[in-house]
Design a protein around this ligand. Structure first.
Ligand code: SF4
Length: 226
């Protein structure tokens, strides 16, 4: 990375990490994504039951391969052979797993995690159930505040995910949300009925946690996911 830019990004990372810790959210900095699988192998005890939310970051970083092929019981909700009822059962099993893996749509420098979900299984598991939750995210997910977080989803993350998931949405075609901007009174809100086939049903902001370090962020010093 260009050194001047790197210096500024490091300041953003430092501020973000300090505020996550103040919010009882554990955080570690990992300079390169290539080190993630080895680190996860140390962090997740052998024999653990592991589940995950859908995430390009997990796939890109090699973590999904690790938990699918390592000494773990992986609850695979994305197995294409599952019918709707079987998928639902896997989601319910995820709430009782030892370790849940997810990314976040954004992380604010104020120490908040921001996740947007369509079917809600991911935000539900991050909120409650699994003993330990690891949030794996590249530094590209850091934003100043929740308004920036919402705009990041509206203009990049959700449109890209709609392409990935083959969703018939406005943002997939136009590259931004049907309600493209937001303000501090209407953060992610979309006019009722304006997007009925989308992936933005629920908007989760995680601030100060009562259980210290149940949630732990692995912040990677490069771009990952979207
Ligand atoms: S609400 Fe709909 S159009 Fe807007 S970003 Fe989400 S999926 Fe796309």
């Amino acid at each position: 990375m260009e050194p001047n830019k790197e210096k500024i990004i490091k300041l953003h990372v430092k501020r973000t990490m300090e505020n996550l810790e103040k919010n009882n959210i554990g955080v570690s900095y990992i300079p390169s994504a290539k080190d993630l699988p080895a680190l996860m192998k140390k962090l997740i005890p052998e024999g653990s039951t592991v589940a995950s939310g859908g995430s390009i970051t997990l796939a890109q970083s090699g973590i999904l391969d690790l938990v699918k092929n390592g000494d773990y019981t992986y609850i695979d909700r994305a197995d294409p052979s599952l019918n709707a009822q079987e998928k639902h059962e896997r989601n319910l099993q995820s709430f009782r797993c030892d370790v849940y893996l997810s990314s976040a749509n954004a992380i604010t420098e104020r120490g908040e995690l921001y996740l947007v979900d369509g079917s809600n299984n991911r935000v539900a598991a991050v909120l409650y159930g699994p003993e330990k939750v690891y949030i794996i995210a590249g530094c590209n997910k850091i934003v100043s505040n929740l308004e920036e977080a919402a705009n990041r989803v509206k203009q990049l993350a959700a449109p890209a995910n709609c392409v990935r998931l083959d969703k018939e949405t406005f943002c997939r075609e136009k590259g931004h949300c049907v309600a493209p901007s937001c303000d501090d009174k209407n953060l992610m809100s979309v006019p009722a009925g304006a997007c009925t086939k989308g992936i933005c049903s629920s908007f989760l902001v995680l601030g100060h946690q009562l259980i210290k370090e149940r949630i732990h962020v692995l912040l990677v010093g490069e771009d990952l996911g979207y």
